[in-house]
Write a protein that binds this ligand. Structure first.
Ligand code: TYM
Length: 329
């Protein structure tokens, strides 16, 4: 039996090249090797207010982006979290074995909570629901970007605690990070990661941005005052541009050094823009084709949910038995 893979993205904000290079690109690469489930985590999105009509549209947009990137729905499941109610059900059981202190230590929680006047309980519970997503399918591998590594550690802690209290129940999931592109930084500020919730012009390159907008953002990216690329002394902005190039091109470190050493920043940016746009254009064409086929995405989502539901139900049944909750004999 092939090992199972689970990962997901929130349907909030616009997916950008960081989401693609940190996660989606890896998903496409490994889908033939593993049994993959790729989720659109709408229950996570509503931990902060989402305008309902926009959220509904965003869910199908994200599914369309997964498919345009090359996820094959004949091979992998592409499903929406709230279509499988066992996610929320298992989350409750896991909540009951999770100390609040573990959740209060999460850096993403601290960052998001600092931006709110009143912090919703969902924001604190967020990583427990994420643990439920993964453990529900007994996933062995979770391909994500670097910012999710702490949540994955917590997932293992929660699984371990449940297993030691109630007996072996959950597979321990491993984190899988890409070797290049695990943390793409903001183009306008290379000290912060590129983020969906950051809407300033010039911060990110969105996967659906028109090519001229993408080029403009890259040409305006923050660098430093050195005359050209010095691999022994790379500033964060230049390092980020090189990472973006390397992740899109698949070049080795050696190829990168030979080609870019000493290059002036203006030329570097032009080449980064070229490689990004060369990938975005065919991607956006596929996206338009997929979304143009009426009812196609909805069908993929329905079929995938139908396929994975029995896996989720089996785990919930097992967890209930372990805990002594009521199950039909
Ligand atoms: P989300 O929606 O913020 O991001 C989706 C994926 O993109 C990666 N990512 C990045 N990678 C590189 N550079 C960046 N600047 C960058 N920004 C985002 C993220 O690491 C992620 O892999 N909590 C998750 C969603 C989730 C999930 C799960 C993931 C819910 N349940 C179960 C895996 C397994 C999130 O908010 O991702």
């Amino acid at each position: 039996m092939r090992a199972r893979v689970f990962s997901g993205m929130q349907p909030s904000g616009n997916l950008h090249i960081g989401n693609y290079l940190g996660a989606l690109k890896n998903w496409v690469r490994i889908q033939q090797e593993y049994e993959c489930i790729f989720c659109i985590v709408d229950l996570h999105a509503v931990t902060v207010y989402q305008e309902p009509a926009a959220l509904r549209a965003k869910i199908e947009e994200i599914a369309g982006l997964y498919l345009a990137a090359g996820i094959d729905p004949q091979v992998s499941a592409v499903m929406v979290q709230s279509a499988v109610p066992e996610h929320a059900e298992l989350a409750w059981m896991l909540t009951c074995v999770t100390p609040v202190g573990w959740l209060e230590r999460m850096t993403q929680y601290k960052a998001k909570a600092a931006k709110q006047e009143s912090v919703g309980d969902g924001l604190l519970q967020y990583p427990v629901l994420m643990a439920a997503d993964i453990l529900l399918y007994q996933a062995a591998i979770v391909p994500v970007g670097d910012d999710q590594a702490q949540h994955l550690e917590l997932t293992r802690d929660i699984a371990q605690r449940f297993n030691s209290l109630y007996g072996e129940t959950f597979v321990m999931p491993a984190t899988s990070l890409p070797s290049v592109g695990a943390r793409i930084m903001g183009l306008d500020d290379p000290q912060v990661k590129m983020s969906k919730s950051e809407t300033g012009a010039g911060h990110a390159v969105g996967l659906l941005d028109p090519p001229d907008k993408a080029r403009k953002a890259i040409m305006r990216a923050t660098t430093d005052s050195a005359p050209g690329v010095d691999f022994d002394n790379l500033g964060p902005g230049v390092a980020n541009l090189l990472t973006i190039y390397q992740a899109f091109s698949g070049w080795t470190d050696d190829q990168m050094r030979k080609h870019f050493a000493g290059m002036r920043y203006g030329d570097l940016k032009k080449q980064v823009a070229d490689v990004v746009i060369a990938h975005l254009e065919p991607f956006q064409k596929r996206y338009r084709e997929i979304m143009g086929e009426r009812g196609y995405v909805a069908r993929v989502l329905a079929e995938s949910a139908f396929r994975v539901r029995p896996l989720a139900a089996a785990t919930v049944e097992l967890a209930k038995r372990r805990m002594g909750l009521y199950t039909a004999e």
